[in-house]
Design a protein around this ligand. Structure first.
Ligand SMILES: [Zn+2]
Length: 157
């Protein structure tokens, strides 16, 4: 299996385990839907209860993070060489202990698809974790940059 695919997989309502061509199509669809802006979500084991509650209250992002975590758990049980990889380093994930689950979703109210990824315990606790995530996402979007939203409500000064 392609190492890039093992690092970041598209997830969404359309298809859960796309073929390589379908993955490319999914990435194009996410890119088009994003219009150049993605939100990145990262959660750890400590966030599980809050995620479940948010998903029960209708949060699609929370539901997608739970689905991504569930998919990762299943994939960590596959043979060596097929297990998911850390987004930021060559580590193959053999279990979910200390793993952070991430999503990069189009920055809109109701994204239809997202890219799921994971960070190994070392990368997920590193002081430069954000930089590691950005570097990993640049494998998919070479020009990706971090934006700091100073006025999330919008409006004019
Ligand atoms: Zn790592």
């Amino acid at each position: 299996m392609n190492r890039r695919r093992r690092r970041a997989e598209a997830s969404g309502a359309r298809e859960r385990s796309p073929s390589p061509n379908a993955l490319t199509d999914s990435l194009r669809a996410i890119h088009a839907e994003a219009g150049g802006a993605l939100n990145v979500y990262l959660v750890s084991e400590a966030d599980a209860l809050a995620l479940i509650l948010d998903a029960l209250e209708g949060s699609r992002v929370a539901a997608a993070l739970l689905r991504a975590a569930s998919d990762l758990v299943a994939k960590t049980r596959t043979p060596t060489g097929e297990r998911p990889l850390c987004l930021a380093c060559p580590a193959e994930l053999t279990n979910m202990r200390g793993v952070r689950v991430g999503l990069a979703a189009p920055s809109r109210a109701d994204p239809s698809m997202a890219i799921a990824f994971a960070l190994c315990p070392a990368c997920g606790t590193a002081g430069n974790m954000d930089d590691r995530v950005l570097a990993g996402l640049r494998c998919v979007w070479p020009g990706a940059q971090r934006l700091v939203v100073t006025h999330p409500e919008g409006g004019r000064a």
